[in-house]
Design a binder for this molecule. Structure first.
Ligand SMILES: *[C@@H]1O[C@H](CO)[C@@H](O)[C@H](O)[C@H]1NC(C)=O
Ligand SMILES: *[C@@H]1O[C@H](CO)[C@@H](O)[C@H](O)[C@H]1NC(C)=O
Length: 224
């Protein structure tokens, strides 16, 4: 309480929020979504997206180090990620001009469209001869964390809507890489895994960056 009285203005408020959020964290992390405040939902999702990006970067690094072929870089063109058609802001200005709901919707779109490919990435990585057990576990974690992030995002998005339509159909881009991923040609198979690792790392990074901007906007009133 002493701390509260001696700090003034938004910096003090932010510090206070930060401290109280750290203290509340243990509680919040295990509560069902519907009992959590919107502020805490933002903290929860940002914590998850931040950690998930680290996981995705680890999986990518390990695959790149041990399985990627240098020849791909000159012989092959890196395909666009399957989420490339989802419109997301390109730079800070564009982010700031995008409404919270629109940005949330785009991020949800990205997260949903990874549900299916991440399942297949898990099967591919855990069956890959020579892959470490830890890489397999990280891939499983990546798949599960994406679902948690998605749940948090949907809960936040729901609260921005006055009327949520039941069974609203959410359109998202399909992933068409299954055939290559299951190819008996080793090079095609490995290249497909590589692209999934590369794209999920990129997309989780996007989700993490946008959620940090939105948390700043919604929770800290742009004072961060
Ligand atoms: C998700 O992105 C796809 C691809 O751009 C688009 O066709 C679809 O309408 C988006 N879904 C939503 C709900 O915005
Ligand atoms: C969001 O609202 C929809 C429609 O009512 C509901 O089906 C869904 O469970 C809600 N999601 C969350 C995470 O609260």
């Amino acid at each position: 309480m002493q701390l509260t009285l001696t700090l003034s203005g938004s910096v003090g408020m932010q510090l206070l929020l930060l401290v109280s959020n750290l203290l509340l964290w243990e509680n919040v992390a295990s509560k069902p979504t519907s009992f959590v405040s919107t502020e805490d939902l933002y903290h929860r999702v940002v914590e998850q997206s931040h950690n998930t990006f680290i996981l995705a970067a680890d999986v990518y690094r390990e695959f790149d180090l041990n399985f990627a072929k240098r020849s791909w870089l000159k012989d092959r063109i890196l395909p666009l990620c399957h989420t490339a058609s989802i419109h997301t802001p390109e730079n800070r200005e564009e982010v700031h001009e995008t409404k919270t709901e629109e940005l949330l919707k785009a991020i949800i779109n990205v997260s949903i469209s990874w549900e299916e490919p991440l399942k297949h990435l898990v099967s591919a990585v855990t069956a890959l001869p020579g892959a470490s057990v830890s890489m397999g576990k990280k891939a499983v974690d990546l798949r599960d964390k994406n679902l948690l992030i998605l749940e948090g995002l949907q809960a936040i998005y729901n609260r921005t809507q006055a009327n949520i339509e039941e069974n609203e159909k959410f359109d998202y881009p399909a992933w068409s890489g299954l055939e290559d991923l299951q190819s008996s040609n080793e090079d095609t198979h490995l290249f497909a895994i590589y692209n999934l690792c590369r794209c999920i790392k990129r997309d989780i990074h996007k989700i993490d960056a946008y959620m940090k901007v939105l948390r700043c906007r919604v929770v800290f009133k742009n004072e961060c």
